[in-house]
Design a protein around this ligand. Sequence first.
Ligand code: GDD
Ligand code: MG
Length: 333
Amino acid sequence: MMPGAVKAVLLVGGMGTRLRPLTYRLPKPLVPVMGKPLMMHAIDVIPKEVDEVIIPIGYKKDMMEQYLRKNRPRRKITLVEEPEPMGTGGAVKNVEDHIDGQFLVINGDSISSLDLDKFVRFHRAKEGIASISLWPVDDPTPYGAVDIDEDERIRKFQEKPKKEEAFSNLINAGAYALEREVLDYIGKGFVSMEREVFPKILDKGMFGMRFDGYWVDCGRREDLLEAYWTLMGNDSRALDRGAVREGTVLEKPFVVRGGAVVAGATIGPSAYISERAVVGHGSKVEQSVILEDARVGTRCRIVDSIIDAGVTIPDGTDVSSEIRSNAKPDAPR
Ligand code: GDD
Ligand code: MG
C-alpha cells in the first residue's frame, strides 16, 4: 500500500523554558525520566518499520550529538540543524528532503503508552491525509481540542481553546501519522502545525485514534514529576540494597539506584534517588527526584522538587516545589 519506508520526525525543539534551570544544563530531550532521557522514551517505542528518525534541533545540538555518539541507539537517527525555531510545522517542512512517503511526527515532550504500530495501521485503514492520537483530559485549554464523529473522523480542531469554546475533552496527544502530501500545505518560515496546517487539511480527511494506558505531558516541573510516578506505578526498588543504611524508612513507591547512599532518611512516598546520590540522616524526600551525584545533607525536607545532578543541599534545608540547580544560562554568543 505504501512505497518507501516510514520515517519519523521527532519534535523536541524549543528551549524548555518551563523546566529551567534544569534546561540551562541540558536540552529538554536529554532531561532524565527514570534514568533515561525524555527523547529516548519516544525513540524506543517507534516501530521497527520506521527506518529513520529525523530530529530537527537548534538549542544545545552539540550535546545531543554527543549523547547519540556515546549511546548509539539501534536505529538510524539524523539530526538536522534548525538555526531558528521554525514552529512545529516549519520544523517538519525543514526536513522534507528526508521524507519520501507516509511519515510519523511525534511531540517528544510527553510520554505515553500509545502503540505506534496500531496507530499506523489505523491511519492506513482510514485512508485519510492525517491521523492524530487522542487523549481525554479534564481541561483542554492548554492543548489542542479535537472533536470526532462516530467514524472517528475529526470534525473540529482548535488549538488552545478558550474555556467557553472548549467543545471536547479529547485532546491532541501529539503523535501524527501523515501522508507526504501534507508537506504541500506547510508554507515557508515559521509555521504552526496545529494552528495553520491542521485547519487547512481538515476537509481532506483527518482521523483521531484514542488509546488506553497513560499519557503524561512533561513540559513543567509538576508534569515531569508526574511522569516519574506514572512510570514507577507501585514499583519499589532499592536496586542496590547495601546503600540503604539502618534507620531508613522507605515508603512506596520509590526507587533507589545503584551507588546511591541513603542513611537514616525517609524516602517516599514517590521518590527517585539516582545513581551515586546521597541523602543524609533525618532527611525526608517526598514526591521528589534526586539526580545523579547530588548530596542532600542531614535534616532536610525535599518535597515536590527536582534536585539537579551534583547539587549539594546544606544540612537543615527545606526545598519545596522547586527545581534546584547550579546551572546558569549560556553566555550569549
Ligand atoms: N524543532 C522544533 N522547532 N520543535 C518544536 C518547535 C520548533 O520551533 N516548537 C515546538 N517544538 C516541539 C516541542 O519541543 C514539543 O515537543 C512539540 O514540538 C510541541 O510543542 P509545544 O511547544 O510543547 O506545544 P504545546 O505543548 O503547547 O502543544 C502541543 O502539544 C500538545 C500535547 O502535548 C500541541 O500539539 C497541542 O495540540 C497538543 O495537545
Ligand atoms: Mg508541549
